[in-house]
Design a protein around this ligand. Structure first.
Ligand code: AMP
Length: 417
């Protein structure tokens, strides 16, 4: 038997109800905040990711699914959504009509990471991005929107962690101070961090290797190196969050893996998923639109790890699929013919309806109705046909009524819609 590939998975009934609940809640929440949906391709030119995410990141260095596609050159299965959203914003000159745009997109991402619990090679993200607003109120609003969604989904044990990464004006000062420390601690750094300390020293702060953590324990705080504008920006984000009841923690080690972040960076962490504790991550990337060939344009966004959020939601609540509103139990050929046509008409008119054509006994029909968790059963045997009625039973209360066959579909549509 051919099985699925390690690191990939099927989302089946039983689990999908949670996914659907999350997706509905995300769409509803984001649309109330003025976001519009985008559907974007899964395959993009590889260059889009190497230029936007950065050559020195783990994603671009070793995790992308890249292959040659004839004349198109190298193409990649997208490892994240921001780059594609920015590409689309620029390509369709969306800024020309109105630079301020808010988008969300939901779909699969691909990274060739070592598979483990909570870490897959195909995973899903719910992604939100805003262009054209540089105000810190927006940063706070975005984090607030994320917190609102998590609260709606009753996701407990989650907390926002925030930091500021400064801007091209003040970050080099911090990088210099950090680099001096890293140079002095070269012997304790892992191989990756030795490389990072040359190309992208901030990322060493993010390393999970114990000796690297120890080496940077006394590292300077980026917050002490912010320029006045960046400091004011960060202070406003924090005060708006506090005023609006969003709990957060300032984490000066939070740098995010991607090169294009400026100022606010944030993550939502959970205590209920073990090692893979990041549920969502995001931040401001004021330099990226220009870097990818668009106009100078501030932007900010985040991505929620759908798979991980689904795990948290499933831990804290049971969401089951509804059974049919009505199960039609026909006895005999003539009744089955009627049941088949009623079931189609009812479903077409918005009543969740099931029936069965196998010529079952009444007992067997009732068993099946129970298995499907039907709320009502409509019974139709020779006796009912002779009397021109069908018997409707409420499965919870066991009450039963005779309904005239004349205009039966209409009667049921009215009753159940
Ligand atoms: P990132 O773009 O790496 O910041 O990822 C944003 C979110 O996507 C993370 O906080 C995770 O919840 C989720 N995520 C990232 N990589 C994976 C993966 N390999 N498997 C499952 N979820 C992931």
């Amino acid at each position: 038997m051919i099985q699925l590939i390690k690191g990939f998975k099927d989302v089946l009934p039983g689990e999908i109800e949670v996914w659907q609940t999350i997706e509905r809640a995300a769409k509803e929440t984001f649309e109330n905040f003025g976001f519009q949906e985008l559907r974007l391709p899964i395959v993009e030119k590889s260059e889009l990711f190497s230029r936007s995410i950065g050559d020195t990141t783990d994603i671009v260095e070793k995790e992308m699914y890249t292959f040659e596609d004839g004349k198109r050159g190298h193409v990649t299965l997208r490892p994240e959504a921001t780059a594609s959203v920015v590409r689309s914003y620029i390509q369709h000159k969306m800024y020309a009509k109105d630079p301020i745009r808010k988008f969300y997109t939901i779909g699969p991402m691909f990274r060739r990471e070592r598979p483990q619990k909570g870490r897959y090679r195909q995973f899903y993200q719910i992604d939100a991005e805003v262009f054209g607003i540089d105000s810190p109120y927006l940063d706070a609003q975005l984090i607030f929107m994320l917190a609102t969604l998590l609260e709606k989904l009753k996701a407990r044990d989650v907390k926002a962690h925030i930091n500021s990464l400064g801007c091209p004006c003040c970050r080099p000062n911090f990088q210099k101070a950090l680099k001096e420390l890293l140079d002095a601690k070269k012997d304790s750094l892992c191989e990756n961090c030795l490389r990072r300390s040359e190309k992208n020293p901030l990322r060493v702060l993010d390393c999970k290797v114990p000796s690297c953590r120890e080496a940077v324990a006394g590292a300077p705080s980026i917050l002490d190196h912010l320029c006045d504008d960046c400091r004011d920006h960060f202070e406003t984000v924090k005060s708006v969050l506090t005023e609006n009841g969003v709990e957060f923690e300032v984490d000066t080690r939070l740098v995010r893996g991607l090169d294009y972040y400026t100022r606010t960076a944030f993550e939502v962490l959970t205590t209920s998923l073990g090692a893979q504790n990041a549920v969502a991550g995001g931040g401001r990337y004021d330099g990226l639109v220009k870097a990818l060939g668009g106009p100078e344009m501030p932007a900010i966004g985040f991505a929620i790890g759908f798979d991980r959020l689904a795990e948290i939601v499933a831990m804290q609540q049971t969401i089951e699929a509804d059974g049919p509103t009505l199960y039609i139990a026909p006895l005999g050929e003539k009744a089955t013919e009627k049941a088949a046509s009623w079931a189609m008409q009812l479903a077409a008119r918005g009543v969740f309806c099931e029936t069965d054509f196998a010529g079952r006994s009444l007992k067997s029909h009732m068993k099946r109705a129970d298995k499907l968790k039907a709320a009502h059963v409509l019974m139709l045997g020779d006796d009912e046909l002779d009397r021109g009625v069908a018997a409707l039973r409420n499965m919870a209360t066991k009450e039963q009524w005779d309904l005239p066959l004349d205009g039966l579909v209409e009667t049921l549509v009215e009753r159940f819609n």
